[in-house]
Design a protein around this ligand. Structure first.
Ligand code: SF4
Length: 365
């Protein structure tokens, strides 16, 4: 198929650039990435590259039909016209804290300019019966790629170096869920304060489960966070129970209350949630759910599910969604975002602002 033509699903027309970017997100590219994220919290497992100048997290896959020649993506012998350049290994990875921890065990470069960390690398929901089936938060810990808990001082030290040496422009702080009504927010508050003392003005997105006590949302804002991600991953109750046996015990009504409170505190389009494509949710219901989130002022960050090594999903042989399904949902949600005047960049910080794990930016969201 030549570049510039269009494919259709049902009666919806999806631009080929979106479908190609979706295929890249799912099938990956034959490339040795210098910056990669082998395992960790959430659904990502990728090499970090720039696609047409924008952050992209793509699986590095020796069996992919996509290759890179002269800085462009080729599908077999066809030049797709898409530019791709790898993200270079950042200088801060070569540094070590005074107490002997490598900086790259504390925080990692995502895309070309995002510093990402999992403040607490353990989760109360990681028993096999409770664990989200797409998550590997504790696998990277077992592999020695990271440390269980990052202190605020360590995070401040690494953030300062990453900004100074490697031009990092924003930071994402996520956390495994902890016991207690803050569900991890307390550690995020301390961490945000420490980083902003070291790097005043650095945009930071925090990510956690909806705190049982919503007061913590205000505390995170007061600490200086720019944006917040409260990630539901799926809106269909059956899908939630099947994929997230532990997390689905937090009812959707709690998410809705937390989203609304977060929009009140952080502002319209400063709150986001992941929605994973490929968990078996009806695509039109997923799109309708995204429309509801947009109406609330919450950015639905649509991301393909991919069965990362080490996940229960991979162990059970579950596969990624089709490129067609991902393109269909992404295109529809991007249209809704455009109609509402919401862009990922306007989040100011975080995954929606980075965009690497989604195809939404290519689709105009
Ligand atoms: S979208 Fe989020 S998880 Fe993905 S690379 Fe960007 S900051 Fe990291």
């Amino acid at each position: 198929m030549s570049v510039g033509t269009e494919r259709t699903r049902n009666s919806t027309t999806v631009d080929v650039r979106i479908t190609t970017r979706a295929e890249l997100a799912l099938r990956g590219v034959r490339l040795d990435a210098e910056v990669a994220r082998p395992a960790g919290a959430g659904p990502s497992d990728d090499g970090h590259v720039l696609v047409d100048g924008a952050n992209a997290a793509l699986p590095t896959n020796p069996a992919s039909p996509y290759s890179v020649r002269d800085g462009r993506v080729w599908l077999g012998e066809e030049d797709t016209g898409i530019e791709l350049s790898p993200v270079r290994r950042p200088k801060f990875y070569d540094l070590t804290t005074s107490d002997g921890v490598r900086y790259e065990q504390i925080a990692r470069l995502h895309g070309s300019d995002v510093l990402a960390t999992t403040v607490v690398q353990t989760c109360i929901r990681y028993a096999e019966s409770d664990r989200c089936r797409f998550c590997t938060i504790e696998e990277s810990l077992r592999g020695g790629a990271t440390v269980a808990a990052k202190t605020p001082a360590q995070l401040a030290e690494v953030a300062e170096a990453a900004v100074r040496l490697d031009g990092v422009r924003q930071m994402v702080m996520t956390t495994g869920t902890t016991t207690g009504p803050d569900r991890g927010a307390r550690n995020l508050v301390r961490s945000v304060r420490a980083v902003l003392e070291a790097v005043p003005g650095l945009p930071i997105q925090v990510q956690c489960e909806p705190p049982g006590d919503l007061r913590w949302i205000g505390e995170l804002k007061d600490a200086g966070a720019t944006a917040i991600g409260l990630h539901v991953e799926a809106l269909d109750e059956q899908v939630r129970r099947r994929w997230m046996p532990g997390k689905s015990q937090v009812p959707l009504t709690e998410y809705e209350a937390a989203w609304d409170d977060a929009v009140r505190v952080f502002g319209h389009n400063r709150v986001s949630t992941y929605l994973l494509v490929g968990l078996g949710e009806d695509p039109d219901e997923l799109i309708a759910g995204a429309a509801g989130l947009i109406k609330r002022g919450v950015y639905p960050f649509v991301v393909p599910f991919r069965p990362m090594a080490g996940t229960l999903a991979a162990r059970d042989g579950l596969g990624a969604p089709s490129g067609e399904l991902l393109s269909y949902v992404t295109d529809a949600v991007a249209e809704l975002l455009k109609a509402a005047g919401m862009s990922g960049a306007d989040q100011g910080a975080g995954c929606a602002a980075c965009g690497a794990c989604s195809v939404l930016k290519t689709a105009g969201g």
